[in-house]
Every structure is written in structure tokens, then in C-alpha cells.
Design a protein around this ligand. Structure first.
Ligand code: HEM
Length: 179
């Protein structure tokens, strides 16, 4: 997992819960990085899982909800870091249905070792989309948060329903309807 995902995560934890919480979840985890991340580095996904698990235990907020809020923050990082990529799109459905064949392809050019999910478009109309998410990392709520903010970016909203195809969250169906 790319370092920017860790640095932005710990920044948000500090902003919401204070530096003591950052120190606490780092010391509760067994981290090869010792909790020292640079935005261009690459670190084990298990480090993110441990940080999330301990933050969840300390705050009583579910990992899914932590990932949702984190993704909403991460979207503003994307807006600031990759404005050109977003400017290619005029519509949220077009953008979300292009993650697999365009957006994440560009991401991989920037970060060849990025660990990205697979999105399969099952159905698409002007204002609806059915997408299958597949990833061993089961970060579907990170996807949900990014989708919410994609609609907000285009001054729009949507009703997004998530159906787990696999119990462990590694395969999930998203039913997206623009309001
Ligand atoms: C992961 C970039 C849009 C869904 C990532 C990562 C980056 C990235 C850097 C981390 C990879 C790693 O740590 O190895 C971007 C950029 C975008 C964009 C620059 C827009 C310009 C989206 C959108 C979605 C999405 C709109 C919404 C569905 C995900 C998910 C992951 C991810 C779910 C987590 C990895 C996983 O589930 O396996 N993306 N992304 N991305 N992205 Fe995107």
C-alpha cells in the first residue's frame, strides 16, 4: 500500500482524535515501518489493517465507518494532487465507470506497485450504475466514500447500496442511482 495512504490517514487521525491517538495506535501495532511513513514509500497492507483495528477499538467506530470517513478526506487529496485527471470528466457516473480502464491505469503509471481493486461494470445508464468491486483488501467502504465525494464534486448526490457477494467483503456489488 502506498505511503500517501498512511500519511494522510495519520494526519486525519491526528486532526480528529489528537496526536496521542496517533502515538497510541502506532505503539499498539507491530509495524515493520515503526510507524514512520513517507508519501512515496510502499508499506505492507497489514500495517494499515492493524492501525485501523486499534483505532476502531479505541474509538468504538467500526472499521467500515472509519474507512468511509477516511475516503471522504482522501478525495480532497485526489482533488489537490490530480486535478487534471478529474478534469477529464463532466459526470460522476462516467467517472466512476472509468476507474478500472482509465483512472487507476493512470495511477499505476505514477505508482507501478500500487495495490488497486478491480471494478467490473455490470450495467450502466445515464443515471445508474451497477459495479462489482473485487479486492483482497476488502476496502469497499473506502470505495463508497470516494463515490460519495465523486458525486459531491459534480454537485450531485446518489443513492448507493452495497451488497456483499462474498461474506468477507472481497467481492461487493454497488448499486448506484443518481438522485
Ligand atoms: C486505491 C488513486 C479514484 C477506489 C487507490 C490508491 C490510490 C488511488 C493512490 C492506493 C493504492 C495503494 O495504496 O497501493 C486514485 C485516484 C483517483 C481514484 C488518483 C481519481 C483521480 C477512485 C474512485 C474510486 C476508487 C472514484 C471509487 C470507487 C479505490 C479503492 C481503493 C483505491 C476502493 C483501495 C484499494 C483496494 O480496495 O484494493 N486509489 N483513485 N478510486 N481506489 Fe482509487
Amino acid at each position: 500500500m502506498k505511503g500517501i495512504v498512511f500519511t494522510e490517514f495519520l494526519d486525519l487521525v491526528e486532526e480528529k482524535f489528537g496526536i496521542e491517538m496517533v502515538d497510541k495506535i502506532i505503539s499498539q501495532s507491530t509495524l515493520e515501518s515503526e510507524g514512520i511513513y513517507t508519501s512515496i514509500g510502499t508499506y505492507s497492507f497489514s500495517e494499515m489493517l492493524q492501525l485501523l483495528k486499534h483505532l476502531s477499538e479505541n474509538t468504538n467506530i467500526s472499521i467500515d465507518n472509519l474507512l468511509l470517513v477516511y475516503a471522504e478526506h482522501f478525495f480532497s487529496v485526489i482533488e489537490n494532487s490530480y486535478p487534471g485527471l478529474l478534469a477529464t470528466y463532466k459526470d460522476p457516473i462516467e467517472m466512476i465507470s472509468s476507474i478500472e480502464d482509465h483512472i487507476h491505469i493512470e495511477v499505476r503509471k505514477i505508482y507501478p506497485d500500487a495495490e488497486l481493486p478491480t471494478f467490473i461494470v455490470e450495467e450502466k445508464t445515464e443515471d445508474s450504475l451497477v459495479l462489482i468491486y473485487k479486492s483482497s483488501r476488502a476496502m469497499h467502504h473506502f470505495g463508497l466514500g470516494l463515490m460519495n465525494k465523486t458525486f459531491a464534486h459534480f454537485n450531485s448526490t446518489a443513492n448507493i447500496v452495497l451488497e456483499k457477494i462474498k461474506e468477507d467483503g472481497t467481492v461487493v456489488k454497488f448499486l448506484i442511482n443518481k438522485n
